[in-house]
Ligand binder design. Sequence first.
Ligand code: ZN
Length: 448
Amino acid sequence: MNRIISDNQSAFIKGRLISDNVLIAHEYMHFLKNKKFGDWDLALKLDMSKAYDKVEWCFLWKVMSQLGFCDQWIGWMKECVTTVSYSVTVDGQPKDDSIIFSKANSQACQNIMQVLNDYNSISGQEGWRLMTRPNSLVTKVFRSRYFRHSSFLKADIGYNPSWAWRSLLEGRKVLEKGIFWQIGRRSAVKIWEDCWVGRQGPLTLRQNQEPNPSLIWVSQLITEEGNWNEHLIANNFTSEITQEILQINIKEEDNLIWYREKGGSYSVRSGYEVCFNFFHPPLESLPPIFADKNLWNSIWDLDCPAKVKVFTWKALHNGFPVRHQLHARIQAVPAICPRCEMEDETLTHCLLNCIYSRQVWNHMGFLFNSPNRVDAEDSFVNWWREMQVKIKQESFNKKQRSLLAMVLWRIWISRNNWLFDGKRSEPAGIWEEAHNMNEEFHLKTSHC
Ligand SMILES: [Zn+2]
């Protein structure tokens, strides 16, 4: 595969990640922005569907046949690509280009940046790849710019770092909590700086005793025959550490492992655990809402698409850029609701009280009363709590429960369509969309 499909195609190939190219693109844009001399540069985004329609298919068949694929295989490929009709749905609307290339306005870009930034910072995934895949395109790009003479683990932030590089260094903090060297015969691991000893979790020897300056590389502790030099080790380390070292199996090559996962490879799941255990403030120190398990379970237990759950979670954190929030940061943005122009657009106003949103809720009358007028900042959370009590009392089923979140979500989407695309939907239409998507979702999941 690596011979047939070039380095700059990062998706759909084992060992490559679609986010590789996102990082490379960011790095390149950072370079373009900072470029002061030389020719002008230009960046292009290709519309996939248009490119797809213009492919000379017979060229592809010839290439495949030259590469040695048999006729039967080429026949299958013909079936797949020339009869294709594909559509990716975004917010329920069919879209035929890549999801990651969203609208080119600053808000959409900021959102993508934020998502990727958060992802990178908490996951450490790309950092792991930079260490374990030295020949990938993404590693080469970052090495040439930031750690030509050292390693990712030792690299500095450097001069004029890009957003992507800053994010990778954030992720490195996570990696440092779980990487561990297996030792090879001619080890290039550093005795006093790298993690290579300690079954209870990696420890750096420098923390335990004064380093002996004549010993630098672990390979110095290994004999010509490939065994530990017991005498040298016993003379230089405490008896505890000596025991630990002598129990290490010497391999052919150095190998970096992530010791928090059985297979030794980094996973987002174990990275999350590290984040939670080492970097997350203790729950007791946070506002009480964070410890309110019932509240959060009321979201994660919903039977609805993950994006709707995340939306609801974010709403309960008051995390949406409604005008009232924006105004607090940027005075030039008016706080007034851009739809009704009657009150400040707080999240509660936007989702519950705005005259347009209330009309949507009226369609749900038989399920939920339209929300009471409330003006306090955290009233959205209170309203959600009240709804949960009601849901319990009246023993609503799964479908009715998720409809509540779906309606909130559709209201938010329609508000954005109105603001950013000038598209206005009728309240009845918004309700119907939420209702239909909910029905569809439950129909699909009930067959699984
Ligand atoms: Zn309004």
